[in-house]
Design a protein around this ligand. Structure first.
Ligand SMILES: Nc1ncnc2c1ncn2[C@@H]1O[C@H](COP(=O)(O)OP(=O)(O)O)[C@@H](O)[C@H]1O
Ligand SMILES: [Mg+2]
Length: 326
């Protein structure tokens, strides 16, 4: 299922409960596709990143090469999103604009305001969203497939609903800007201050409008990508246990509500049937959870991945898991 699904898609999100194997599965899928000759971008959106740990290599906010296949020509690059960098860059840009239009004695107040903004609710989340949108733009331009390894369920479900909210919010801000601009222009005329040489209010309005329009376009593009099931799909990863099953059912409902296609489920770390009584008994219990999963989510394709022996660290181990993909 999974291989069939990704061969026809450009953007794949993997989500699910913490610790079920999202990073491992995302890495295996990404490696498999790079080995098959595709240019793949693997992005971790989880603030508690572990892509670097799994690949046993430093990974940061700029793409680094994780794997290159000399035969097929495929390449895999990895990114761990650093929302703080996006926040700092955004606030630096806003600060520069504000300082340009404020008298020097108000500059300390601008700095104090920006410092507060950096810690205000939602700043972190919208920075992650903006970075995802930028990486989708960049990734679709220069890669064949983008694989997102996401944060645990609740966090990601909210993130998937955000582009819609953000682009509506941006539209509201732009409408309010238009009103403010018209009001400002009227006041200037009434004041007899319509000298075209004094262009600074208009300049300022244009710059604010430019920033808002750019962000709006970015969120709208992301919303379109998320809503297009021919381009983008979401795969829920879980382990065959009670809580991950329940959480996956909830996540699927939230994703569907946000208009995101759930392409399938990957049940990871399935115990072997032929490695002693202990694991065989465990497998029986796991089968019951698998059965209730298909009952609760009828029609959603399910793949399984075996519990591997040994630690899952480094490209060779990831390749072992990639060989199990179907
Ligand atoms: N199929 C598997 N077999 C053995 N160990 C696995 C398997 N999948 C994941 N692991 C291990 O389980 C732990 C959690 O996996 P990880 O991918 O980091 O989860 P998540 O990203 O969902 O939090 C890691 O130590 C990983 O190496
Ligand atoms: Mg992870």
């Amino acid at each position: 299922m999974l291989l069939d699904l990704i061969e026809r898609r450009r953007v794949l999100f993997l989500g699910g409960k913490g610790g079920v194997g999202k990073t491992a599965t995302a890495s295996a899928v990404a490696l498999h596709q790079a080995a098959a000759g595709r240019r793949v971008l693997l992005v971790s959106t989880d603030p508690a990143h572990n892509l670097g740990h799994l690949w046993d290599q430093g990974v940061g906010d700029d793409p680094v090469e994780l794997y290159r296949d000399e035969v097929s020509g495929g390449v895999l690059r990895g990114v761990e999103i650093d929302p703080q960098r996006t926040i700092d860059e955004h606030l630096a840009e806003v600060g520069a604009t504000l300082r340009d239009f404020m008298p020097a004695h108000l500059h300390p107040q601008v700095a104090a305001h920006l410092k507060l903004s950096a810690h205000s609710p939602g700043t972190h989340e919208s920075a992650i969203l903006e970075r995802i949108a930028v990486l989708i733009e960049y990734g679709l331009d220069s890669h064949d497939l983008i694989v997102f390894d996401t944060a645990p369920s609740g966090h990601t479900a909210r993130l998937m609903a955000l582009p819609e909210i953000m682009s509506t919010w941006m539209s509201g801000l732009l409408t309010r800007r238009s009103k403010a601009e018209r009001f400002g222009a009227a006041v200037r005329v009434l004041d007899g201050d319509d000298d075209p040489a004094k262009t600074s209010p208009t300049n300022r309005d244009q710059r604010i409008r430019q920033v808002l329009t750019r962000r709006k376009a970015r969120f709208e593009m992301m919303r379109q990508v998320l809503a297009d099931s021919a381009v983008c799909s979401f795969v829920v990863v879980l382990t065959p246990e009670r809580l991950p099953v329940l959480e996956s059912v909830e996540l699927c409902a939230q994703l569907r509500e946000a208009g995101v296609d759930v392409g399938g489920l990957v049940v990871n770390r399935l115990s072997p049937t032929d490695a002693g009584d202990y694991l065989a008994q465990r497998r029986q219990q796991e089968q019951r959870h698998l059965d209730s999963l298909t009952e609760l989510l009828p029609g959603v394709p399910v793949d399984t991945l075996p519990l591997l022996t040994g630690d899952l660290v480094g490209p060779a181990a990831i390749r072992r898991l990639a060989r199990e993909l179907r």
